[in-house]
Write a protein that binds this ligand. Structure first.
Ligand SMILES: [Zn+2]
Ligand SMILES: [Zn+2]
Length: 149
């Protein structure tokens, strides 16, 4: 998504298209893993954007309120993570070594939910799944150091 699309998305949501907001959306839309507020701040600073941490926090609140971003809290993570809201049901892959979290946009549970509703007379409104393991980079590191065979 280019920046013009981001700006028009913000206008549609009735949000002011301030520079930090556009940069945050741009960063998260391109990122292949979820980021913390600190990650976002560091990465914006690195790319030469002048912004302070409290602005990042305020922008993140505003963008989550307006459903442009998702705020994600996982069982295993102490920190709150943010991702671009693609409005698709999805789950998470969590690396136990580097703590990176990635989204996977597929779900094997549709039929199972229906089955479960029939079996239990329970109306199911949602579910969460987190998969744990080691990302590609960490697998290499762990193999080299003999910790993973
Ligand atoms: Zn990893
Ligand atoms: Zn699912």
């Amino acid at each position: 998504m280019d920046k013009l699309n981001i700006i028009s998305k913000m206008i549609d949501s009735g949000l002011k298209n301030t520079k930090p907001r556009v940069n945050i959306i741009d960063l998260l839309e391109k990122s292949d893993s979820l980021l913390t507020a600190q990650d976002i701040y560091d990465s914006l600073k690195e790319s030469g954007v002048k912004v302070n941490l409290s602005t990042v926090y305020r922008s993140l609140d505003k963008l989550t309120e307006n459903n442009i971003l998702n705020k994600v809290s996982l069982e295993s993570e102490k920190q709150t993570l943010y991702e671009y809201n693609r409005e698709i049901h999805h789950h998470f892959l969590v690396c136990k070594s580097c703590n990176k979290v990635k989204s996977i946009y597929s779900c094997p549970l549709d039929n199972y939910e229906l089955e479960l509703e029939k079996k239990t007379n329970f109306v199911i409104t949602g579910h969460k799944i987190e998969f744990y393991g080691y990302c590609k980079e960490c697998q290499k590191k762990l193999k080299n150091s003999g910790h993973l065979v």
